[in-house]
Each structure stands twice: as structure tokens, then as C-alpha cells.
Ligand binder design. Structure first.
Ligand code: ADP
Ligand code: MG
Length: 345
């Protein structure tokens, strides 16, 4: 079939092309809408404070395999990935809606454990579940969580606020979730205690709560995004929205010893997992150089772990990786895209 006559498919558009189409068709206007499509949350101005809204969908076989996780971890993760988006705006999560598509033959005990896990994560992040929807599916579990949050307008951090010269910082080690996923994919037994954190982070990532709100409240940073699709892709989104480029320093990238051990075991390059592994659920923060120390102080004072500097934003568009020897090379924005051939899970 010639390319002219072939019908365009969703996979031709890709995930971000599709979102772009939706954004074009539903241009959000109105004095209340501070942010529509295009950031980690939508933001509505409610006078005294702002309302944050975000929604994420987990699909069996795409985001998770039942044999590689537990219902409890799944429940915790379904909420955590949404908390991560609220944190990425500098907000505090508040209320959640849970929508479930469940195959009829699912054991009740599975659902009870799943809900127990979700309740545990909700309690730890101050979230109340206030509604949702329940339907049956012909096959496979489908979990959709919509999360609301709040923040003062002046505390909000968008993807678009960064400037050239800002430092790039992240809230923890990268690549751990992907390392855990690769260990599961290759059937590596879970007995080595050194590798435990990787399995754990893949199944049950801990969202950046309350550090996201602390960073927002400190009013020192200029932009923020959470790392869900991989560093290079998400840094690319922040750079695109801010109109800047970035230089990432390879020797500053935080890689845990567990990730290095897993990479050695599997004969993989841990750098690839760090740059484009996905599902890190760490925050990536842009901070003007002179304000980094004050931000770190406030983060420590709040009892959270300080951020790790990994590079700098620059005027020249595009992403660069500066290797240990000082050479720079282009950093392609690789990462997870729902309609690319590689499937998560
Ligand atoms: P994140 O990884 O932070 O959850 P996504 O990459 O999933 O963000 O989405 C990017 C932006 O596109 C977000 O603002 C999100 O709300 C919006 N978005 C994604 N899918 C849709 C959709 N089907 N309809 C409207 N907006 C969408
Ligand atoms: Mg996000």
C-alpha cells in the first residue's frame, strides 16, 4: 500500500503527537485556568489557593504484570504516581477518585490487598479517597486515579519557568525502577539483598512527598517536573516549555550501587537506565545558581534529603551529555512513549 493511501494511525502520531492534537482541539481559556494541558497537573485559580488536578492510568500488561508485583504494591503505586505529579507542581495532594476496570474472575482478596495498599499510601500522603467508578473488563485490570491537590499561587512551579544558567537538580538516584524491571524480565531471583531496593522501587516507588511542596514553598526554584518517562525525555519537556537547552554532567548523575550491580549482572550499561529508563518518580528541579544553597537548607530543615545537582540549563536548544572526559555529545530524548514499539511492563 502506498504511503499516500495508508490511513494515519495513532502509532504514527505517537503519544505526544496525540496529546498535541487534543491540546489544539480543546484550547483551555478562562480566567480560572492557570494551566491546562501541558504540565504535570492542570491548575485552577480558586482565589485563596489553587486547585491542582492530575490523572494517571495503569493498565495490566502495559504498566504492570500481576506475576511481578503484589496487589498491595500496585495499590500504593497507583496513588504514588499521581502524588508525584502534584509534588512536581510544588503542591500538596488532597482528594482522590479511584476508577477500576476489573475482570469478573478477579479474587476478592486481590482487590482487598490492592485497596489496603492504596489506603496505606493515601494515609502517608494525607489523601482522602472520595469517589470513583467501577466497571468490569473482558480481560486485564485497569486502574485510573484522579488526584486533586492544592498550592498557593506563588508556590507553584511549572515546566515553563526555567532560564538559561539555572542548575538542574534531582531528588534521588535514577534508573532504579528500570533496573528492577530488567531483573524481573530476565527472571533474576530476588534473594540478593543488595538488589532488593531495585525490585522495591519498581513495584512501590515512594513519591516526592512532602519534598515537592517544600520546594514550592521555598520559592527559590524556577521550574519543576517529575521523572516518569526517563530523564532525557522529561528534561526535554521542561527545556521545550522553557525555551532552553541543557548540559547534563555524566559524572554527577546519581546511580546507586544496587543499580550498578544489576547492570553488571545483566551486562547492561546503567547509564542508559539512568538517562531513559523511566518510572523514576524523582523530581527534576531548575534552580538559579545563587539560590541553590538556600533551597537545600530549607529542604534539610524540613527533614527531607537534599537534591543532587546534575547539570545546567543553557541558551542553546537541545540536550547535551558531558562525559567524564569533558567531551559533550547530543543526548537524544529517549524514554517511554506509549505508542512506540517498546512496551512497558
Ligand atoms: P505526566 O507524565 O506528567 O503524567 P503526560 O506525559 O501523561 O504527563 O501528559 C502530558 C500532558 O498531557 C499533561 O498535562 C496531561 O494532563 C495531558 N494529557 C495526557 N493525556 C491527555 C488526554 N487524553 N486528554 C487531555 N489531556 C491529556
Ligand atoms: Mg508528570
Amino acid at each position: 500500500m502506498s504511503t499516500e493511501s495508508r490511513q494515519q494511525l495513532i502509532e504514527d502520531l505517537g503519544e505526544f503527537g496525540l496529546i498535541g492534537r487534543i491540546e489544539q482541539m480543546f484550547s483551555a481559556t478562562g480566567p480560572e485556568i492557570l494551566q491546562g494541558i501541558g504540565d504535570d497537573c492542570a491548575i485552577l485559580d480558586r482565589g485563596d489557593s489553587c486547585l491542582l488536578l492530575t490523572s494517571d492510568l495503569l493498565v495490566e500488561g502495559v504498566h504492570f504484570q500481576r506475576q511481578w508485583t503484589s496487589p498491595r504494591a500496585l495499590g500504593k503505586k497507583a496513588l504514588a504516581v499521581n502524588v508525584s505529579d502534584v509534588a512536581a507542581m510544588g503542591g500538596t495532594p488532597t482528594y482522590a477518585l479511584l476508577s477500576l476496570g476489573i475482570p469478573r474472575e478477579t479474587p476478592v482478596s486481590f482487590l482487598e490487598e490492592f485497596l489496603d495498599g492504596m489506603r496505606e499510601r493515601a494515609l502517608s500522603c494525607g489523601v482522602s479517597l472520595v469517589g470513583g467508578d467501577t466497571v468490569s473488563t473482558p480481560s486485564g485490570l485497569l486502574i485510573s486515579v484522579t488526584l486533586l491537590g492544592r498550592a498557593l499561587r506563588a508556590d507553584l512551579l511549572y515546566r515553563s519557568g526555567a532560564h538559561s544558567g539555572d542548575r538542574i537538580l534531582v531528588s534521588g538516584p535514577l534508573g532504579e525502577s528500570r533496573a528492577g524491571l530488567e531483573l524481573l524480565r530476565r527472571g533474576v531471583p530476588e534473594k540478593d539483598p543488595d538488589l532488593q531496593p531495585l525490585f522495591r522501587w519498581h513495584r512501590d516507588p515512594v513519591p516526592a512527598f512532602p519534598v515537592g511542596a517544600v520546594i514550592g514553598g521555598a520559592r527559590e526554584a524556577s521550574a519543576m517536573i517529575d521523572l516518569s518517562d526517563g530523564l532525557s525525555q522529561d528534561l526535554g519537556h521542561l527545556c521545550d516549555r522553557s525555551g532552553v537547552g541543557a548540559v547534563v554532567e555524566e559524572d554527577l548523575l546519581p546511580i546507586s550501587s544496587a543499580t550498578c550491580k544489576a547492570a553488571e549482572l545483566l551486562g547492561e550499561d546503567p547509564l542508559l537506565w539512568v538517562l531513559s529508563g523511566g518510572e523514576d518518580y524523582r523530581l527534576l528541579v531548575a534552580v538559579p545558581g545563587p539560590r541553590v544553597d538556600s533551597l537545600q537548607k530549607q529542604i534539610r530543615r524540613a527533614g527531607c534529603d537534599p537534591l543532587v545537582m546534575i547539570g545546567e540549563l543553557v541558551e542553546q536548544r537541545g540536550l547535551q551529555l558531558r562525559s567524564k572526559g569533558g567531551k559533550t555529545k547530543p543526548l537524544a530524548p529517549g524514554g517511554f512513549n506509549h505508542f512506540s514499539p517498546e512496551k512497558r511492563g
